[in-house]
Structures are given as structure tokens and as C-alpha cells.
Design a protein around this ligand. Sequence first.
Ligand SMILES: [Zn+2]
Length: 90
Amino acid sequence: MSLPDYLGVRAREQDPGDALADYLKKEAAMYEQLGRSHPKLSRGRVWCIACGRSESVKAASALRSGWPRCCGATMTIDSPEERRALTGAT
Ligand SMILES: [Zn+2]
């Protein structure tokens, strides 16, 4: 599959600037969709598993440009209560 086919644009018939604008629109829509793809992403909150700090996050832009980090590690979408339930710890 050629790159123009992959991007869903017809490069020869379309102005390159329009093709890029179309691509960027599709890319942004894809990240928006990913950000809504799971309730733990769409609620917009992450936690540090080391120090417990929590912060709000816009999932779509974080997926696109970098996930929040704290204490040297990527922050988790699982709340402390959810992590306890997942690991069976009390
Ligand atoms: Zn931390």
C-alpha cells in the first residue's frame, strides 16, 4: 500500500497542503477516539504508583505527545482502589 493510499488521500489530484491538512485531521481524530476507547482513559486521571500523587490528564493529547510521568515512571490509569482489587492486596 502506498503512503497516499494509507493516508486516504489522492496525492496527484490534491494540493499537498490540503493532503497534509486532511492527514492531520485524521490523526487528531484517531487520538481522540483512542482517548475515549476505555473508561479509565476517558475519565482523565492518572496516579503515581510510587508517591501516590494524582493529576488530571487529557488522554488524547497525552497519547499523542507523551504520557505523564512521576518519580521516574509512567503514571497509571488504575486508581489505588483499582490496583488493590487487581492485585488482591488489602
Ligand atoms: Zn510520584
